[in-house]
Design a protein around this ligand. Structure first.
Ligand SMILES: [Zn+2]
Length: 219
C-alpha cells in the first residue's frame, strides 16, 4: 500500500516528532528509518540530513498535531481509492458498514494546491474540527489518534470504505442506502465499549502480518 506519510508525537516530548524517512518504500520501512524532527520539520537526528524528510508533507501533519492534543499520531495517504473518493462530489457514501463508521463523523477540506500557506493551515484545522478522519478533496485521506494503533485503525477502515465505494460504483448498478436511523445507529455502535479491545487485537494481527513478511521492520 502506498502510504504518503505518518508522524508520531514522541510520547512525553511535546517538542519532537517521528516521521518516516522520505524515499523509503513503505514495505521496506524499518524502525531505524524514522527520523526525529522538531515542530518546524527540522531534522534533529545526526544520522540524517534535512533532505531525509518531506518538509512540505510535514506541514499538514504539524498543523494537526499542533491543533489537536489527542492526535499524537497522524497518517496521510494518497491511495488510488482514497483519492478517487476525495474527487467524488458526494464524498464518502453510507453504503457499507465500513463507511457507516464515519456517518456524520468525517471532515472535508477543499483542495487549494500543494503547498500549505499559514492561512490554509487554519482552514484545514477548522475543517477537521473534532473529527479523527478527514477527506482532503482531490488529494487523499488523513486520520489520527492518540496512538499509532488508533490512527492505523482509522485509516484502515476509511481506506476499505473508499475501496468498497469505488468498486460498488464501478458496477454501474443503483446503490442501496440504509435508512438514516440505521446509519446513525451503526455509527454509534462503532463507539461502543469493546471497540478499544477490537482496535488492539486488529493491530496485533496487522503486526503479525508484517512479522511474517519482514521481521526486520523493528530493526
Ligand atoms: Zn498529501
Amino acid at each position: 500500500q502506498l502510504i504518503f506519510g505518518q508522524t508520531l508525537r514522541i510520547p512525553g516530548d511535546n517538542e519532537h516528532f517521528l516521521i518516516n524517512r522520505y524515499g523509503i518504500a513503505f514495505d521496506r520501512m524499518r524502525a531505524s528509518d524514522l527520523v526525529r524532527i522538531d515542530k518546524s520539520g527540522n531534522v534533529q537526528d545526526l544520522n540524517f540530513t534535512d533532505l531525509a524528510v518531506n518538509a512540505a508533507g510535514f506541514v499538514i501533519h504539524s498543523a494537526v498535531h499542533h491543533a489537536r492534543e489527542d492526535m499524537a499520531c497522524v497518517i496521510h495517504t494518497h491511495t488510488a481509492a482514497g483519492v478517487a473518493v476525495s474527487a467524488q462530489k458526494e464524498g464518502l457514501l453510507p453504503i457499507s458498514q465500513h463507511a457507516l463508521k464515519y456517518y456524520n463523523r468525517i471532515a472535508y477540506h477543499t483542495y487549494e494546491g500543494i503547498a500549505l500557506s499559514p492561512d490554509e493551515r487554519e482552514r484545514l484545522v477548522a475543517d477537521l474540527g473534532t473529527h479523527r478522519a478527514m477527506i482532503l478533496r482531490n488529494h487523499g485521506l488523513l486520520t489520527g489518534g492518540p496512538t499509532v494503533k488508533h490512527a492505523f485503525h482509522e485509516i484502515y477502515m476509511l481506506e476499505r470504505a473508499c475501496q468498497i465505494q469505488v468498486q460498488a460504483m464501478s458496477g454501474g448498478s443503483e446503490l442501496n442506502i440504509p435508512s438514516e436511523e440505521v446509519c446513525l445507529r451503526t455509527a454509534a455502535q462503532f463507539q461502543r465499549d469493546d471497540s478499544e479491545h477490537i482496535i488492539t487485537i486488529a493491530w496485533d494481527a496487522a503486526l503479525s502480518l508484517i512479522e511474517d513478511q519482514a521481521s526486520s521492520y523493528a530493526s
